[in-house]
Design a binder for this molecule. Structure first.
Ligand SMILES: *Cc1c(COP(=O)(O)O)cnc(C)c1O
Length: 379
């Protein structure tokens, strides 16, 4: 089945009780048992809920995966993956990382004895010199937030397999429409469902997808034991959002390309980060592993002052100044003070997150209005 057909049908079956075409919001915490332990597969809603089951079936299908588990947020999904590890274990993570992932790794898991090496994953072989007997996992985000670096998932997977590591791909920026890391050799795909998958800026949720039965069982144990499960209402909203994922992504990609091309020649702009440009350092890999280049674009302004950057960020009429991304509305974000505020200045500047960088999440509005807004904000 093709992607757009799966987006509409996968995971969702007519409701067995009524025939309702859309899975109902099973707003319940528990299920009545016939005799102790004998029930219809649902015992308590932390572990299982029919609305969530339908959603998990849908996301698994979109990622060409066997299993999906949803969590109450993207960072809760990340937290669950890290709980596969034990004190003394080491992780190699991309140095250009979502700020909240960095905060979780360094602020919580380091305290529990897990060691992180933050490495430039532009070149997969950079990992090798950090691998030792304690290394258990590679954490790769691609494209990265916010400088749109691309990690070669196939190359990382061959290193990961050679050393018997778990390769996790944060696929939030690409969405399953643009890239399927399991097909490229990743062991676990992580999503902040909050972003493109949900798509309407009304839900916070995360997901993990895998083909590995053993990993799935361990992750399910962690979900059920740690309890970061999403609610049925949110599950329903995401299921509804997914039905237009392919349509939204088509427009995000179309608008993204137009915006990137417009900004590239703009006199006030120093640099545009977008993997679709032929002169993007990882363009060839992006071309191989992604179907298109999406609507996430970062720009570096020629004027380096934070005052000017704030002035530009505050001059938009259509782009809303906000955290998050991947919704139907266009958003502008100042990573240095917003999404990456928790990353130390020196660390973030090393990976290009400078004070005069702005990140755009190009929405699905009409392109003429989007360009008009960029023109006036940069004027
Ligand atoms: C937003 C985001 C996360 C965290 O997800 P939440 O749903 O906000 O908890 C993780 N990775 C990336 C790339 C993100 O953009």
């Amino acid at each position: 089945m093709k992607f757009g057909t799966k987006a509409i049908h996968a995971g969702v079956k007519p409701d067995p009780a009524t025939g309702a075409i859309m899975t109902p919001i099973y707003q319940t915490s528990t299920y009545v048992q016939e005799t102790p332990g004998v029930h219809k597969g649902f015992g308590y809603a932390r572990g299982k809920n029919p609305t969530r089951e339908a959603l998990q079936g849908s996301i698994a299908a979109l990622e060409n995966g066997k299993h999906c588990i949803c969590f109450s947020s993207g960072v809760a999904a990340t937290d669950a993956v890290l709980k596969l590890l034990s004190p003394g274990d080491e992780v190699i993570a991309g140095e250009n990382l979502y700020g909240g992932s960095y905060r979780l790794f360094t602020g919580i898991f380091e305290k529990f004895g897990i060691k992180f090496h933050f490495v430039n994953l532009d070149e997969a072989s950079n990992c090798e010199k950090f691998i030792n007997a304690n290394t258990k996992m590679i954490w790769a985000e691609t494209p990265t937030n916010p400088t749109m670096q691309i990690a070669d998932i196939v190359a990382l997977s061959s290193i990961s397999k050679k050393h018997k590591l778990i390769l996790v791909a944060d696929n939030t920026f690409a969405s399953p429409y643009l890239q399927n890391p399991l097909d490229l050799g990743a062991d676990i795909v992580m999503h902040s469902v909050t972003k493109y998958i949900s798509g309407h800026s009304d839900v916070v949720m995360g997901a993990l997808v895998t083909n590995n039965d053993e990993l799935h069982e361990k992750l399910y144990f962690i979900l059920n034991t740690s309890g970061a499960n999403p609610g049925p209402m949110d599950s329903f909203l995401v299921l509804r959002g997914i039905k237009t994922l392919h349509l939204r992504m088509e427009r995000h990609c179309f608008n993204g390309r137009k915006v990137a091309e417009f900004l590239k020649t703009h006199p006030k702009i120093e640099k545009v980060f977008w993997p679709g440009f032929q002169d993007h350092p990882n363009h060839e890999i992006a071309k191989q592993q992604m179907r298109d280049y999406g609507g996430m674009i970062s720009i570096v302004l020629k004027d380096q002052t934070i005052e000017n950057t704030f002035k530009v960020a505050g001059s938009f009429k259509l782009f809303a100044l906000a955290e998050s991304l991947g919704g139907v509305e266009s958003l502008v974000n100042h990573p240095a003070t917003m999404t990456h505020g928790s990353v130390p200045k020196e660390t973030r500047e090393k990976v290009g997150v400078v004070d005069n960088l702005l990140r755009l999440s190009v929405g699905v509005e009409e392109i003429e209005d989007i360009i008009e807004d960029l023109k006036q904000a940069l004027a």
